[in-house]
Ligand binder design. Structure first.
Ligand code: DX5
Ligand code: ZN
Length: 233
């Protein structure tokens, strides 16, 4: 997983068919997904429940590339080893999930996994500043976490731009999660995001038995994002 700021599309399987997760992961990768974004929710940190490390372990053989696990849980620390053992490539924890984010990020890296820091829409970009040396990714939430299909929060474009300036040349991805589609993708990319999570906008119109629309959706989101970037000579 060499570092690159090229646009990556990370479909969120929150919008997939829950009875066919393995096939859905294979389908989105075959249709051009760069990463597979896996949303873990605990019904406590966020008002919705999904699944835990056993599901991640079950999905792992169905994902050839990067398994990007977004932990919307509190506490985080007791579960880090279980998600690492499940084969996560990236584990992203929320700064709002507890008082010891620094310790949590250290523990994620100590488990041999890339560490991500997620910021809710009510949290300023400056929350990332003290831990920049501990993270491989910062995830800017452009909805309040818990559900797919919500409206993109415009004010987060400024947070993305602020993080982009703060990160400079450091090899830290800027991921954007929530309400990303072909209309918002160019705006988040122009602000500095390189990893675009998209749930409903990728899975709409398709199914495991008709996955071509996934590819059309992924290509369209990627193309609109790339078109917003300055040409590199
Ligand atoms: C929201 C999740 C997102 C969600 C995005 O809590 O973290 O990953 O699946 O869904 P869309 O792209 O539909 O907003
Ligand atoms: Zn997510």
């Amino acid at each position: 997983m060499a570092f690159s700021r090229d646009i990556k599309i990370a479909p969120s399987i929150l919008a997939a068919d829950f009875a066919n997760f393995g096939a859905e992961c294979r389908a989105i990768e075959a249709e051009g997904a760069d990463w597979v974004h896996v949303d873990v929710m605990d019904g406590h940190f966020v008002p919705n429940l999904t699944f835990g490390p056993a599901m991640c372990a079950a999905l792992r053989p169905h994902i050839k590339g990067v398994m990007d696990v977004h932990l919307m849980i509190a506490p985080v620390d007791p579960y880090i080893d279980a998600f690492a053992d499940a084969g996560a490539d990236i584990l992203t924890a929320h700064v709002e999930a507890g008082p010891h984010i620094h310790r949590t990020l250290q523990a994620i890296r100590a488990a041999g996994v890339k560490a991500g820091l997620a910021l809710n829409p009510g949290t300023p970009a400056s929350a990332a500043a003290p831990v920049l040396d501990l993270i491989d990714l910062v995830c800017v939430m452009t909805v309040n976490p818990g559900f797919g299909g919500q409206k993109f929060i415009e004010s987060q474009l400024a947070t993305i731009a602020e993080l982009r300036a703060m990160i400079g040349d450091r090899p830290i991805h800027i991921e954007v999660d929530g309400g990303v589609d072909r209309n918002t993708a160019p705006r988040v990319a122009a602000a500095g995001a390189d990893a675009l999570v998209a749930g409903s906008a990728v899975f709409k119109g398709g199914s495991v038995s008709n996955s071509a629309p996934y590819g059309e959706n992924i290509r369209m989101i990627r193309a609109t994002a790339q078109a917003s970037l300055p040409e590199v000579a």
